[in-house]
Design a binder for this molecule. Structure first.
Ligand code: IVH
Length: 668
């Protein structure tokens, strides 16, 4: 009896779910839904033998996946060829119609900017969900996909026994912003865009967290041995009937024997209207509707001959420039930032944009009140790309770059050959002092838990701390002067400082904040010289002899260690017990033999930092962009298109994560 009830409840909940998430027409209240779900959870608890991975109770996740199994696709997961102008598109349409030799019905639909997935159903049950991977094999992310409420876990009786559908997993801007806000508050790195966030989320080990994050999905392709559909439209209508979230009427357009002008109208409409969509798209896809024609035209090794993507240009918005403010970085670099009248761009409100430097202001001939064009690249902070001079208000004043530091009033300088102005008052300018301390305690540097940027602000404002070494001299009573610092937070800060004595020499070196010495350079220097003592005594020539260290970095390191104040600071840090000698990491090897790797995409067994560390620990070198010197493109899921194209053009060897692991013989 109860087992029957379990089946009934599951079916009912699946149906309510679909009405809510797919049809957007809920049929019960949230409270009634929760009551049914709780009843089902109770019953499943009493009858563990009824376990079903596709039960609605499994949507909340909870399973922890150690690693994602790589599984071959049933049919290769191709990509689309791209066009960037309507001329290219017309050319494609004409060519395709000639090959077809008959009138063609085209459709156009949105190109969702997310992560491609393939879902397999057997006996009308979801059995597997794979990422695209390398197109031949994908990662089994079923556990995480099951948490997406709009993806059906079971199909109705009129669906075929065997079915594969493909689509895109995306974040709505709302969920994406909420996720980034939570991460920023927790001191974690934020995602650059919804696509990266979706890709990262699908590869999470904790499916309960995936469930909380709230992914969405769109399904746009259907394959079945058991059922033939005469057209793409008929296929999408059928699967919508089975509960799949297909592109809505608005997001898809189809007309028999459409003229090219109709397709262009769809593209032009969405190029503008996309800014009101709740999720990101990066273009549109035009497809031949007829299944018979699709089969006849077939595919090349990479993409179908019956479809083409049209990529939009980066989104732009025009808005007036209200003001220019200046930020002082930890190295004293001055960055102008535009304050804009708030404007919608790619789903978020933009209020600020970066302008880089004084030359950029001159080049744009910026005036206050100018209407400027802002664009979002991969970065979170948009940039100004153009000025509409025709809209300049009468009497508008030109933006004049500062002559003095906005914080300490010192005259600004500019080094030869550098674009950035800087404030030379290194030891007396508060944002520089604070910036250096924040850098020192940062997760990637000394990783001092218990001391964040607010704490640094207070410590500097109270005159308690000037340099990192001062942090280690603070006593309990000093900490007690800070706002909201009670016993527990004081202990946390002290514990954090004590723990930082275990941090490796290369990170201590990075934490010092020497100009041009980022993580990678710090590692190279640490490995090459072996100790702070040897590094600080190194001649310019010796510094330049380290692989990949150019004259600019060498000069900066040389300058740093000729300053007595810096030598004293380093001595104090040494006295406090910080690591000053290089120790080769355990498990280090030279297997990769100095080959150069470019890393792209998201990996299953490694974090981004982890795979970099694995390359370096095994004697490989990391480069950030593909060039003639690159030996391997170490490719995860979602390799960047420019890296891919360049690697293909230069014939760089493509190395999958699996092959890499086999090569080095272990994972992180
Ligand atoms: S059809 C054979 N339709 O774009 C390929 N793809 O750049 C069939 N995409 O890998 C794909 N929206 O991840 C198709 N409406 C849509 C799409 C779409 C986004 C993605 C998909 C594909 C990539 C190609």
């Amino acid at each position: 009896m109860s087992l029957d009830r379990i089946q009934t409840l599951r079916a009912e909940l699946h149906e309510h779910n679909r009405r809510y998430y797919v049809d957007d027409a809920p049929s019960v209240s949230d409270a009634a839904f929760d009551a049914l779900l709780r009843e089902l959870q109770d019953l499943e608890g009493q009858f563990p033998e009824s376990f079903d991975p596709n039960s609605p109770t499994q949507r909340v996740g909870g399973m922890v996946v150690k690693s994602f199994e790589a599984v071959p696709h049933k049919r290769p997961m191709l990509s689309l060829s791209n066009s960037y102008s309507s001329e290219e598109l017309i050319e494609f349409v004409e060519r395709a119609e000639t090959s077809a030799g008959e009138p063609v019905t085209w459709s156009a639909e949105l190109k969702y900017d997310g992560v491609a997935i393939s879902l397999w159903y057997e006996n009308r049950q979801l059995v597997r969900a794979l990422t695209r991977g390398d197109g031949e094999k994908g990662d089994d992310v079923s556990v995480n996909i099951r948490t997406i409420p709009s993806i059906p876990l079971t199909l109705p009786p009129d669906a075929p026994q065997e079915l594969e559908v493909r689509g895109e997993v995306v974040y709505t801007f709302e969920k994406f912003e909420a996720l980034n806000a939570r991460r920023a508050a927790a001191g974690q790195d934020t995602f650059a865009n919804p696509r990266n966030a979706a890709s990262g989320t699908l590869k999470m080990q904790d499916s309960a967290e995936v469930a909380r994050r709230g992914l969405s999905a769109f399904i746009y392709a259907v394959y079945s041995e058991d059922r033939q559909f005469e057209s793409h439209r008929v296929a999408l209508e059928a699967i919508r009937g089975w509960g799949f979230p297909t592109p809505s009427r608005e997001h898809r357009w189809v007309e028999s024997c459409a003229q090219v002008a109709d397709i262009q109208a769809f593209l032009a409409y969405w190029d503008g209207a996309r800014q009101h969509l709740p999720f990101a798209i990066d273009g549109a896809v035009i497809k031949m509707e007829s299944t018979a024609l699709q089969q006849r035209l077939g595919s090349t090794a990479k993409s179908p001959r019956w479809a083409m993507a049209y990529k939009f240009n980066a989104e732009k918005a025009l808005t007036p420039l209200q003001d220019v403010v200046y930020q002082v970085g930890r190295t004293g670099a001055i960055t102008p930032v535009a304050v804009l009248e708030p404007v919608w761009l790619s789903g978020t409100v933009v209020k600020r944009a970066s302008i880089h430097n004084a030359d950029q202001i001159a080049k744009l001939d910026l005036h206050l009140g100018d209407w400027v064009s802002v664009e979002k690249g991969g970065e979170i902070i948009p940039k100004i790309t153009e000025v509409d001079h025709s809209k300049r208000p009468a009497g508008a004043l030109p933006v004049v770059f500062l002559s003095h530091c906005p914080d300490c009033g010192t005259g600004l300088q500019r080094r030869e050959g550098e674009a950035q102005h800087f404030c030379p008052n290194t030891d007396g300018c508060a944002p520089q002092i604070k910036g250096r301390l924040e850098h020192f305690v940062h997760r990637k540097a000394m990783d001092i838990e218990g001391i964040g940027s607010e704490t640094v602000d207070q410590l500097v404002d109270l005159g308690l701390v000037q340099s990192p070494a001062d942090l280690f001299d603070l006593r309990g009573e000093d900490w007690a002067r800070l706002d909201k610092f009670k016993e527990k937070s004081i202990q946390n800060a002290l514990d954090g400082l004590a723990a930082s004595k275990e941090v490796s020499f290369e990170r201590v070196l990075f934490a010092l904040g020497i100009r041009h010495v980022g993580e990678t350079v710090a590692k190279k220097l640490a490995k090459h010289f072996g100790s702070m003592e040897a590094l600080s005594a190194a001649s310019l020539e010796a510094l330049e002899n380290v692989g990949d260290i150019g004259p600019m970095i060498a000069a900066s390191v040389g300058d740093y260690f000729t300053d007595l104040a810096h030598l004293r600071e380093v001595d104090r840090l040494r006295a406090h017990g910080l690591a000053m000698n290089y120790q080769a990491a355990e498990g280090a090897s030279d297997i990769l033999g100095g080959k150069t790797f470019v890393i792209s995409g998201v990996f299953t067994h490694f974090t981004r930092d982890g795979i970099k560390a694995a390359v370096e620990q095994n004697g490989g070198r990391i480069a950030s962009s593909v060039s003639g010197k690159t030996d391997y493109l170490l490719a995860g899921e979602g390799v960047g298109p420019s890296k891919r194209t360049k690697a293909e053009a230069l014939g760089v060897t493509w190395l999958t994560e699996e092959a890499f692991i086999t090569w080095i013989g272990s994972t992180e």
